[in-house]
Design a protein around this ligand. Structure first.
Ligand code: FAD
Length: 474
């Protein structure tokens, strides 16, 4: 026994042996490694996965011929089609979880618990659809039918990568609906440094661009001596991935010697495809990039680590690794639409190509920050559903006591739902002490109203109101 284990005690042993891979069923589609790695598009996408290809030795502990596990990274989230969740031969058999129709290698990613849970949700919704419509699973997966299942899933805050909701019953997405807000965040700036890192490796900051051009981005640097800094602006490949795909502008900029100084990177790029872009600063021994701890929605910092290939795994998709809780200080130009109120009704309830949420200005004491939907006509309303920001980016471990707080500070805590009835605003629901991302209010009567307002009174700590989605139903 290795010396380092000499003082260890045995605390816990599983009483039931768990088998990592057991029987799988064959569906109309067998999900393959290529489908996962290429983040393939499917008309019948109903669930998503994101774990890497984590292949263990087939003989377990007793396999001394191959490494115990091989972790090959995937470039980003991928979808699983409904056709992997029902039997090719048995007409009324759905499956979900570890037994889905997937190859051994694809299963090394799909088998993780949260993906299994997504698959279960999707299989359940599809089975309900089959019963209601009297159709087979195969018919349910057809292009004509599967959209209804996808809409049902999205309404319940299930996620399908890149699939925006187009629910015809949702009044918030109706033609002529106008979204306005008390205020919106127009510009992201990380300008309160509490540290600095050497630019001894390439470093990168990711952000979304909504406008047709990007003039300049400012970065906060210190230079030990005058130097020329190389930079590149990249964009992703349109599938919502968070990795550079194509360089759209590049150059160098002179940085004079001196401590903490904002350096303007003259990007001057036409933005052909709005969405995630990445500014890369090339390694430079003379420079340090100032950093700010914590997190800022819509901006992520990365460190160049080179592509990684090894007998125990590889990452061939990007040279960069995400930094958690550390941001390179950057000032982005004004981009009013990026966090505007239209995000709450654009059909995307999670980040995809852009943050997709409304963010208000910091609320003043005693003042509501509100989001308003004007339907342009009087309509019947019985249900309002909101999705607040519960910080889906934070890495959560299963050990609750290690969390810095008990409730996500970004979550909306207190809010009112107001309806404009006969020209005057009426509060129809007051919610206090909310702790959930998804809030659904079903009124005990149907109101006739021509506008809806969500008035945010308090969050669990964030001074800004942050809302991913508002839906309304008759
Ligand atoms: C050792 C090990 C470590 C793992 N580590 C992780 C990890 O760290 N993170 C992670 O995300 N995933 C991990 N996984 C993978 C993950 O736990 C499984 O892939 C996942 O739980 C499978 O879920 P499932 O619902 O498909 O199947 P199961 O969880 O196996 O559920 C099937 C259920 O069906 C029941 N059942 C079987 N036959 C019948 C019957 N005839 N009638 C009624 N009930 C029946 C079984 O008792 C069982 O409760 C691990 C798996 C193993 C084995």
């Amino acid at each position: 026994m290795a010396a380092k284990y000499a003082n260890y005690t045995l605390e816990w042993v599983g009483t039931i042996p768990g088998k990592r891979e057991s029987r799988r069923f064959v569906g109309d589609v067998v999900l393959r490694e290529q489908d996962v790695v290429e983040c393939r598009e499917w008309h019948d996408a109903v669930a998503f996965g994101g774990w890497n290809l984590d292949d263990h030795a087939p003989l377990g502990f007793f396999d001394d011929k191959v490494p115990p596990s091989i972790h090959n990274q995937i470039p980003g989230l991928y979808n699983v089609p409904l056709r992997c969740l029902y039997s090719k031969t048995v007409p009324n058999l759905f499956f979900a979880g570890r037994n889905i129709s997937a190859t051994h290698v694809a299963l090394t990613s799909t088998r993780v618990m949260l993906t299994c849970a997504q698959l279960g949700e999707a299989a359940g919704a599809a089975a309900a659809f089959c019963v209601q419509k009297g159709v087979s699973p195969r018919e349910a997966a057809s292009p004509e039918s599967v959209g209804e299942i996808q809409e049902r899933l999205l309404r319940d805050d299930h996620h399908i990568v890149g699939r925006a909701s187009r629910d015809p019953a949702d009044l918030a997405r109706g033609p002529g609906v106008k979204a306005t807000a008390s205020s919106s965040l127009a510009r992201v700036a990380l300008e309160q440094p509490d540290g600095a890192v050497a630019l001894d490796k390439d470093r990168l900051v990711l952000f979304a661009v909504e406008r047709g051009e990007l003039d300049r981005v400012e970065v906060l640097l210190s230079a030990g001596e005058p130097t020329k800094l190389g930079w590149q602006l990249h964009r992703n490949d349109g599938r919502g991935l968070y990795i550079p795909h194509q360089t759209v502008a590049e150059g160098t900029v002179d940085v004079p010697a001196g401590g903490t100084q904002w350096v303007s990177i003259p990007v001057r790029a036409k933005i052909g495809q709005p969405g995630w872009h990445m500014l890369e600063l090339k390694a430079n021994a003379a420079l340090r990039w100032h950093t700010q701890s914590g997190r800022q929605v819509g901006v992520k910092s990365f460190l160049g680590v080179g592509t990684y290939k090894h007998e125990r795994g590889s990452n061939l998709h990007t040279r960069f690794a995400k930094l958690n809780g550390l941001n390179h200080c950057v000032r982005l130009p004004d981009d009013a639409a990026l966090y505007g109120p239209a995000n709450a009704v654009n059909g995307h309830a999670r980040p995809f190509q852009r943050p997709n949420l409304w963010i208000s200005a910091p609320a003043k004491p005693g003042q509501d920050e509100w989001l308003e939907l004007d339907f342009g006509r009087e309509t019947e309303i019985r249900e309002v559903a909101c999705l607040f920001d519960s910080d889906l980016d934070r890495h959560l471990t299963s050990m609750w006591h290690t969390m810095p707080y008990r409730i996500e500070p970004d979550l909306v805590k207190d809010y009112d739902v107001q309806l404009r009835v006969g020209g005057s605003w009426r509060t129809v629901k007051e919610v206090r002490g909310n702790r959930l991302r998804r809030n659904v209010t079903v009124f005990d009567q149907r109101y006739r109203a021509d506008a809806l307002r969500l008035a945010v009174k308090a969050t669990h700590g964030n001074p800004r109101a942050q809302v991913y989605e508002v839906r309304a139903y008759a």
